[in-house]
Design a protein around this ligand. Structure first.
Ligand code: HEM
Length: 131
């Protein structure tokens, strides 16, 4: 019940947000995340978050999470990073990725905010061309 409530709140979050459990499985997405990646929520819930990545990171992401759970060393949590994301049609695009964590009992939840950097990159390219 609490979880349903949480999911409905996420529907109204204006940013692209994805929640995963400690096994990397998507447990909630915002409407903006569905739009950004070109999926319906049903196609994402229960899937590994690696569905949103390029093949390079896809095969390693479970390892990134387990390394973090083992060592507690943060590479992106609380720092952020520009990474390459993948839409449902297979196209790749740059995003600013921010990750937060919450401990619920003895499990972790990870929340990610993602911002599309496509437009920003395009502008940078235009600026360079003018110099
Ligand atoms: C770690 C890539 C999305 C949760 C990492 C690392 C990379 C990465 C490269 C390891 C960094 C390192 O060890 O140097 C990506 C890409 C994404 C993505 C390309 C594209 C969509 C997400 C999302 C979540 C998430 C949506 C959570 C909702 C984590 C966690 C870690 C991690 C928990 C380990 C903690 C840390 O390194 O601070 N990811 N990630 N990732 N990612 Fe992702």
């Amino acid at each position: 019940a609490l979880h349903q409530h949480f999911r409905s709140i996420l529907q109204s979050v204006p940013d692209a947000m994805v929640v995963i459990n400690d096994a990397g499985i998507i447990t909630a997405v915002s409407k903006a995340a569905e739009t950004l990646f070109g999926y319906e929520a049903d196609q994402l819930l229960g899937r590994n978050v690696s569905i949103l990545m390029s093949p390079t990171d896809k095969s390693q992401h479970d390892g990134y999470i387990s390394r973090y759970l083992r060592t507690g060393e943060r590479q992106i949590i609380g720092i952020g990073r520009t990474v390459t994301a993948r839409r449902s049609d297979g196209s790749l695009f740059p995003i600013d990725l921010k990750i937060g964590e919450a401990k619920i009992g003895d499990h972790y939840l990870f929340t990610a905010f993602m911002r599309d950097l496509t437009e920003q990159r395009r502008n940078e390219t235009r600026m360079k061309a003018l110099q």
